[in-house]
Design a protein around this ligand. Structure first.
Ligand SMILES: NC(=O)c1ccc[n+]([C@@H]2O[C@H](COP(=O)([O-])OP(=O)(O)OC[C@H]3O[C@@H](n4cnc5c(N)ncnc54)[C@H](OP(=O)(O)O)[C@@H]3O)[C@@H](O)[C@H]2O)c1
Length: 337
């Protein structure tokens, strides 16, 4: 690749199911000078998140859809190669909203400077000390509100968000059951992360029966990462005054015909609270969350996996790993200098 050109993977058409290379082709555009107040960064890490699939569609969402012709939007960490702002200088490392591209241009004021000499691998700021760790932290504690002794069920439990949710719930004194899509993932969350039990949802058969068996005292908090039939099974196992924290519905993102949940009447039957959230709802408390997550990581109480794939040109096939479950933890593309 020619470093003097900016390779960008952009949205050419809105996918209906899984995005294909014709929905997300690339182009090479000449680099330009940053405008006044802007900086240009060379992206080192590109965060791949299920939410990006939602932004590719023209639906009501918490931020605008990606416009046709725009680079695919994602969180990035990059090194400043040129700045026309007093806030940043060449060589600084920043986290920013950027794209699936070699260089990102943006207002320096909207870029968050990171200390690359703090002894923390930069990728952690996209995972456990970044959006996915914070989603787990605030989603579980503020929306799920688990009490010691209660049972917490989490889906996509070996993923970036789910694996952190389960460990925090254990630290809160809960019984924790995770649902994941392979024996290896089920072993990891029970043997390494301390979950009490795991359900392999690809082999367990009837979800309601499997959840009932793994949660003999019922479910007090369901942290929902997947929606669909697993949500329906979980709804049937909820205790009186249970909470359902709706974090994401990944099973529906590539299926325009996905049916809605059938068992929502359990909200009445069991006086259940169901609440959706986005991590940005807690933006003014991010410093507190990062501080707590970092303390747990340093104390060895919080483990996590990162799945880092090299090469900007691998970005689309790598993104698809989120939807077949072949990612192991937080999925990131690295674009070495
Ligand atoms: N609300 C927020 O602010 C917020 C922020 C970040 C993420 N999220 C949501 O949190 C969820 C997890 O995101 P993540 O970044 O941590 O990704 P992740 O869990 O690391 O990766 C996605 C996982 O989802 C599972 N999956 C994929 N398709 C599925 C299906 N049809 N049925 C059941 N499971 C399926 C796969 O694991 P298996 O191998 O176990 O199937 C896959 O590894 C997503 O729904 C995402 O949209 C929400």
């Amino acid at each position: 690749m020619n470093e003097s050109m900016n390779r960008q993977y952009y949205l050419a058409s809105r996918p209906i199911t899984l995005p294909t290379p014709s929905d997300v082709p690339y182009r090479d555009v000449p680099v330009r000078e940053p405008a006044e107040g802007e900086a240009v960064i060379r992206n080192l890490y590109i965060s791949l998140d299920p939410a990006i699939r939602g932004w590719m569609s023209e639906v009501n969402n918490y931020i605008e859809p990606i416009a046709i012709g725009d680079p695919i939007r994602s969180s990035v960490i990059g090194r400043v190669v040129k700045s026309r702002s007093d806030l940043l200088e060449e060589g600084d490392v920043v986290m920013s909203l950027g794209g699936w591209e070699r260089y990102t241009y943006g207002a320096a004021a909207a870029m968050h400077k990171l200390d690359e000499n703090a002894g923390i691998p930069l990728s952690h700021f996209l995972s456990v000390l970044g959006p996915t760790g914070l989603t787990a932290y605030f989603g579980l504690l503020e929306v799920g509100r688990p009490e010691p002794g209660q049972t917490v069920l989490v889906s996509a439990a070996a993923g970036a968000v789910g694996s952190v949710v389960g460990q925090i719930a254990k630290m809160r004194g809960c019984r924790v059951v995770g649902m994941a899509g392979s024996e290896e993932k089920c072993r990891w969350i029970t043997e390494e992360l301390g979950f009490d039990q795991a359900i392999n949802y690809k082999t367990c058969g009837d979800y309601e029966a499997a959840i009932r068996q793994a949660c003999p005292d019922g479910v007090d908090v369901y942290f929902d990462n997947v929606g669909g039939d697993i949500l329906d099974g979980a709804l049937m196992c909820l205790n009186k005054f249970a909470r359902v924290a709706v974090c994401g519905w990944i099973s529906t993102y590539n299926d325009p015909d996905a049916p809605g949940p059938k068992n929502l009447w359990q909200l009445v039957a069991q006086s259940v609270t169901i609440q959706g959230f986005v991590v940005l709802d807690f933006q003014d408390r991010f410093a507190e969350g990062i501080d707590q997550l970092a303390n747990w990581v340093m104390a060895g109480k919080l483990k996590f996996r990162e799945d880092i794939v090299d090469g900007l040109d691998n970005v689309l096939p790598t993104f698809l790993k989120l939807f077949d479950g072949s990612n192991s933890g937080k999925l990131i593309v690295r674009n070495p200098e």
